[in-house]
Write a protein that binds this ligand. Structure first.
Ligand SMILES: NC(=O)c1ccc[n+]([C@@H]2O[C@H](COP(=O)([O-])OP(=O)(O)OC[C@H]3O[C@@H](n4cnc5c(N)ncnc54)[C@H](OP(=O)(O)O)[C@@H]3O)[C@@H](O)[C@H]2O)c1
Length: 243
């Protein structure tokens, strides 16, 4: 029998937001590199389809329906992953939501969903994998931020605040974990053509955006670096396209 080939063979990855868009592409790309992949999001059907796609290609996948805004659900999902596979080497936090509009036209209660999913849930997800990664002296956390954290885009103040929060949180977490050999990086994409744009009125030209697979390649690059190197902030923009 031939050994499993792939840069991530023997590693277990958790991907939040794995049902569609960037998280879906990341999950498939990690599986293609022979990682075992745990897929988390709310929509069971999408998770089941993603897991089936991975298994049909010879990979190992486990779908765990999870609402990442529920702390207990995130902790239970990580515990289930450990019970099933014994370790967690990679976490990619791609669960996210976006809604745009000028601050003056919104109410504070309109901000809560974005803060809960894009910022708080990322923090909770990271915290949930820390004990196992520290025990292993090995782990790679990749948080998906956005170019909105770096550029001022009118109408995106709340979204930007969540993404800038993710960048700041990731930077500090990287320092806290450096001695533990747990890597924390933030992947900062420009606009990506995903279902996220379906509910946004008059979106920019989607044909000039990045593809989810482009972001997935960058995530694989971060995850597959040798253990002694850590790619901690990677900005990926559409060449010749729109931000
Ligand atoms: N698309 C872009 O242009 C772009 C650019 C830069 C950064 N990003 C960021 O990349 C990440 C992924 O975006 P995307 O474009 O791939 O979005 P998407 O196509 O809308 O997919 C979002 C994923 O997140 C999951 N999700 C949302 N709320 C959740 C919750 N409460 N619990 C668990 N999962 C949840 C969704 O599944 P369920 O709804 O089934 O739960 C879905 O699988 C987001 O953080 C986004 O801000 C996107």
């Amino acid at each position: 029998m031939s050994a499993v080939r792939g840069a991530l063979a023997g590693q277990v990855a958790i991907v939040t937001g794995a049902g569609r868009g960037i998280g879906h592409a990341v999950a498939l790309a990690l599986a293609r590199e022979a990682a075992t992949v745990v897929l988390a999001a709310r929509t069971r059907q999408e998770l089941a389809m993603a897991a089936a796609t991975i298994r049909e290609s010879g990979g190992t996948a486990l779908a765990i329906p999870t609402d990442v805004t529920q702390d207990g659900a995130v902790e239970a999902m990580v515990e289930q992953a450990i019970a099933e596979f014994g370790r967690v080497d990679i976490l990619v936090t791609a669960a996210g939501v976006a809604s745009f509009g000028p601050v003056v036209g919104t109410k504070p209660s309109d901000w809560d969903a974005q803060l809960a999913v894009n910022l708080r849930a990322v923090m909770v997800s990271c915290r949930a994998v820390l004990p196992v990664m520290i025990r292993q002296h090995r782990g790679t956390i990749i948080n998906i931020a956005s170019v909105a954290a770096q550029r001022a885009i009118p109408g995106a103040a709340v979204y930007t605040a969540t993404k800038a929060g993710v960048v700041g949180f990731s930077r500090v977490l990287a320092e806290e974990l450096r001695a533990e050999r747990v890597r924390v990086g933030v992947l900062v994409p420009g606009a990506v053509d995903t279902p996220l744009w379906d509910s946004i009125g008059s979106p920019p030209d989607r044909s000039r955006m990045l593809r989810p697979e482009d972001v997935a390649r960058a995530a694989v690059l971060m995850a597959a670096l040798p253990p002694g190197a850590s790619l901690e902030e990677l900005t990926l923009l559409p060449a010749g396209g729109i931000l």
